[in-house]
Ligand binder design. Structure first.
Ligand code: 5AD
Ligand code: SF4
Length: 441
């Protein structure tokens, strides 16, 4: 039996698209290899959000060279966002002439056909199409899911926002919503199969339906309808652009027990000047007002965010406004990045690029501040009762996940079932994990 190995980089969207690539390969009789050395097909499902991601991928593609030398029939394919960039196919081919197939982020569903074509013709295939939006054909694409409890469901593709630092709208095209019917059918199947946590995915889920593809169903309605499905499951979603998170969505979140009380709400920066330059379409005050409105209706909400430090023109004073914002909001978790210049974006050409040494200094300080806030918030949870999904049985304990994604450890005092939700009373917070005991409170 022939085997495949897929390298996956980047966001949840890519992780999920890898599950589809695996589905396509398994439909063709391939099985998963445990290492690239054992594989007959190696796929690089790439990301280009920051330069560091690209450098890592380039390094990893380079490391395949000896394998290809040793196994002449090995097929090497590169797909995803990095491949989709302008001129990238030429660059990749020059650097790595052994690559056999390149296809874009919006052509994943056709991988099987590309593979068949390459096998019969043995000729390099370039299937990257610029300016192509996603064509939904998901019902025909099998999916080998990575996990039997947690499942991702794409509800839309692409992005219309053009934040000035971001390459996503260039490589993933314009927003395209899936029909509610096809989403409902997929979610219902997943619930029947025993999946317990369903995460709806999109670059900006709040603009679901704004493209007119959904018969008037907006994100709030979609969420509300899915949250009312029968079955014991939890519903999550990401990512929400703060400018589009409506009161209607907040109300749906507040009133449906099946929706996780956790929100990822990327702020990116705390200074109005930088937010404007980033084209984020909200001010610091509007963002903080949104947070207050959410907390008023859902006091138990846990919040997380994304932050970029060192965006062009970010002064010390601007940076301190970001520090102040994270100290004001107090997120449970923050993903903090150094600004990375992306080819073709508006910010690439901005003057006043911030030197790497300053970006480094800012990120280290901010990570430290955030670490202290996270520690304080998780320590404060000690004594409270939360609902968790038990997802693994170990020798002396069970591991579980809280709604915010935090790992919880439960001492084995009574038998629990993997794949069931339990209430636990948190007794401690140690080494980044919540520690708890089962409670009927
Ligand atoms: N540089 C640094 N971080 C970036 N992000 C997007 N583009 C860039 C860039 N050019 C971050 C944003 C986004 C997250 C997914 O990645 O914070 O929310
Ligand atoms: Fe990029 Fe902004 Fe779109 Fe998010 S909303 S994918 S940061 S352009």
């Amino acid at each position: 039996m022939e085997k495949y190995f897929i390298y996956t980089y980047g966001c949840q969207m890519n992780v999920h698209e890898t599950e589809k690539l695996a589905g396509i390969l398994e439909d063709r009789g391939y099985m998963q290899a445990s290492t690239p050395t054992d594989a007959d097909v190696i796929v690089f499902n790439t990301c280009c959000i920051r330069e560091s991601a690209e450098q890592k991928i380039i390094g990893n593609i380079g490391s395949i060279k000896p394998l290809k030398k040793a196994k002449k029939d090995l097929i090497v394919a590169v797909c995803g966002c990095m491949a989709q960039q302008k001129d990238m196919v030429d660059t990749l081919r020059k650097k790595f002439p052994f690559i056999n197939i390149v296809f874009g982020a919006n052509n994943i569903e056709f991988f099987g056909e590309y593979l068949d074509a390459y096998k019969s013709q043995k000729k390099f295939l370039n299937k990257v199409e610029q300016d192509k939006d996603y064509i939904e054909n998901i019902s025909g694409v099998s999916c080998v899911r990575d996990n039997s409890l947690y499942a991702y469901v794409n509800i839309m593709y692409g992005c219309n926002n053009f934040c000035t630092y971001c390459i996503v709208p260039y490589v993933r095209g314009r927003e395209k919503s899936r029909t509610p019917e096809s989403i409902y059918a997929e979610v219902k199947t997943l619930i029947k199969l025993g999946y317990k946590v369903i995460t709806l995915l999109g670059q900006n889920v709040n603009s679901y339906g704004l493209d007119g593809n959904t018969n008037g169903v907006n994100f709030a309605k979609l969420l509300d309808n899915i949250a009312k499905f029968d079955g014991d499951f939890e519903l999550r979603f990401m990512t929400s652009h703060p400018k589009d998170l409506s009161d209607e969505v907040i109300d749906v979140l507040a009133s449906n027990p099946k929706i996780s009380k956790t929100l990822h709400l990327p702020v990116q920066a705390g200074s109005n000047k930088i937010l404007k330059e980033m084209n984020r379409s909200y001010t610091r005050e509007k963002y903080l007002d949104l947070i207050s409105r959410i907390r008023e209706k859902i006091p138990e909400i846990t919040l997380s965010t994304d932050i970029i430090v060192g965006f062009p023109g970010e002064s010390d004073a601007d940076y301190l406004e970001t520090v102040d914002l994270i100290e004001t909001v107090r997120y449970h978790n923050a993903f903090i990045f150094m600004y990375s210049k992306r080819k073709g974006t508006i910010a690439e050409k901005m003057e006043n690029q911030v030197p790497l040494s300053i970006k480094r200094e800012r990120i280290h300080k901010l990570l430290d501040i955030q670490h202290h806030i996270s520690e304080e918030l998780f320590n404060k949870m000690v004594g409270s009762t939360i609902r968790v999904l038990v997802d693994e049985e170990c020798e002396n304990e069970y591991t579980a996940k809280a709604q915010c994604g935090k790992v919880a450890k439960i001492k084995k005092t009574e038998p629990l079932s993997v794949g069931e939700f339990y209430n636990i009373k948190i007794t401690d917070y140690k080494k980044g994990n919540l520690i708890g005991t089962i409670t009927n409170d």
